[in-house]
Design a protein around this ligand. Structure first.
Ligand SMILES: [Zn+2]
Ligand SMILES: [Zn+2]
Length: 422
């Protein structure tokens, strides 16, 4: 009887959790001592776990947290501060920390993901998802792409052009995904870092489905400059080109930290932006699949209780988890089918063509709504619509002037031949 009851209980819990997906919070772009970060990987993961994140990907450059890697004490101190080893020992104890040599010759072995994930994941309330920042270069600029849920390291594939490099890396990831049977999300990082990837590049490489629309690293030109579009404008331009000229699905927008610097040192800090993925269990394959289905939003502070697009009623509705004393303004942004899609070349002072300029119709503000329950009713002439919620609350660690907390939802209401958005 007892076992029958517990079986029934487990069944009902299982059904309940399957029926009621929850938002899981995670950051999928982080660096550690495994590449150019300034902290031990398990210290970083603990930082996120203690602050209520559900999952984390350490995405070091062209390496997984795997195999043997020893770090000389001088390098640890120059990056992480003179007391970096003392703090590590304080947090984890002598039995955990592995060293060899003495004095100036002392080296510390970095723990592998397989080693440090055990303690972090043991209660089932936190998940590490293996990742790599495939850090490529083409035409003299960086082409960086994050592979979330990657199973084996993929070296940068290179290419004669930025588009070719993106395509080659996408192909390598797709091949691994097919071979291993594991879903992998490969998102394009910081397009404006080095002004490397233009809206037209992003549009053209239609196999790419994700782009960072906010990245907490202060050096990645999120807002663009006089010669370059902002990352959000790039997102809208690329999606408009795809839907009008390429019969291709739009890109989803990803918010990340791209954190390198911890314990108060440096400018590329954790906790600035993340994604919220709707799923019913903390499982790497499910989270990755949900991202690929666009069932997530990005945030730099604003939390949403719900995002619903009703395809039948052609209605996009958000419910903001409002905080007392904070106001919320939602812009519904999109491009109409009647938009002026012409563009002109824009040249920099040296005569080089740096970007193309589009009319304000591309990524136009279609409606602005105040409050915690913004709704957009489609009129029928939109190529797609997305929402950006901006709060009156200052960002906790801003990288942009007068930055307040925001949330970005994915483009909906779009359709291409043989395919329709959810
Ligand atoms: Zn990068
Ligand atoms: Zn990075």
């Amino acid at each position: 009887m007892k076992s029958l009851l517990s079986c029934l209980f487990l069944l009902s819990v299982g059904m309940l959790s399957a029926a009621e997906p929850e938002w899981k919070k995670g950051n999928i772009h982080t660096h550690s001592f495994w590449s150019d970060g300034n902290q031990f990987p398990e210290m970083i993961a603990s930082w996120y776990k203690e602050r209520g994140y559900d999952f984390l990907s350490l995405s070091d450059h062209n390496i997984l947290s795997k195999g043997e890697k020893w770090m000389p004490i001088a390098r640890l101190k120059s990056r992480g501060g003179s007391d970096i080893l003392e703090k590590y020992l304080q947090a984890y104890g002598k039995d955990w920390v592995v060293t060899r040599g003495e004095g100036e010759k002392l080296e510390v072995r970095l723990k592998t993901l397989a080693e440090f994930r055990v303690g972090l994941e043991k209660d089932g309330d936190f998940l590490m998802i293996q990742s790599e920042e495939i850090s490529d270069r083409s035409q003299g600029v960086p082409v960086h792409m994050n592979a979330t849920n990657i199973q084996e390291v993929i070296p940068p594939q290179g290419g004669a052009t930025v588009r070719e490099a993106m395509t080659n890396n996408l192909r390598a990831v797709a091949e691994q995904s097919r071979r291993t049977g594991k879903p992998i999300v490969l998102h394009l990082n910081h397009p404006n870092f080095g002004y490397a990837v233009t809206a037209e590049d992003l549009a053209a490489v239609v196999q790419e489905r994700y782009v960072e629309i906010y990245n907490g690293h202060p050096g990645v030109n999120v807002l663009g400059d006089n010669d370059h579009a902002s990352v959000e404008q790039i997102w809208d331009i690329a999606n408009t080109i795809r839907l009008t000229q390429l019969s291709a699905a739009p890109l989803y927008g990803v918010g990340t930290d791209d954190s390198h610097h911890y314990h108060g040192r440096g400018t590329s800090r954790p906790g600035r932006s993340w994604i919220m993925v709707r799923c019913d269990s903390l499982d790497a394959d499910q989270i990755t699949t949900k991202i690929s289905q666009g069932d997530f939003y990005s945030s730099s502070g604003v939390t949403l209780k719900d995002v619903q697009f009703d395809a039948r009623k052609q209605k996009l509705e958000l419910i903001v988890d409002g905080e007392e004393g904070v106001t919320y303004t939602t812009q519904f942004i999109g491009t109409r089918k009647t938009a002026d899609l012409s563009s002109q070349e824009k040249k920099a002072a040296n005569g080089k063509i740096v970007t193309r300029i589009y009319s304000k119709d591309v990524g136009a503000v279609l409606a602005t709504v105040s409050g915690t329950n913004p709704v957009y009713q489609f009129k029928g002439d939109e190529l797609y619509v997305r929402a950006v919620v901006t709060s009156s609350k200052p960002h906790v660690d801003p990288t942009l002037p007068d930055q307040t907390e925001q949330a970005w939802t994915q483009p909906v209401g779009w359709s291409i031949p043989n395919r329709r958005s959810r």
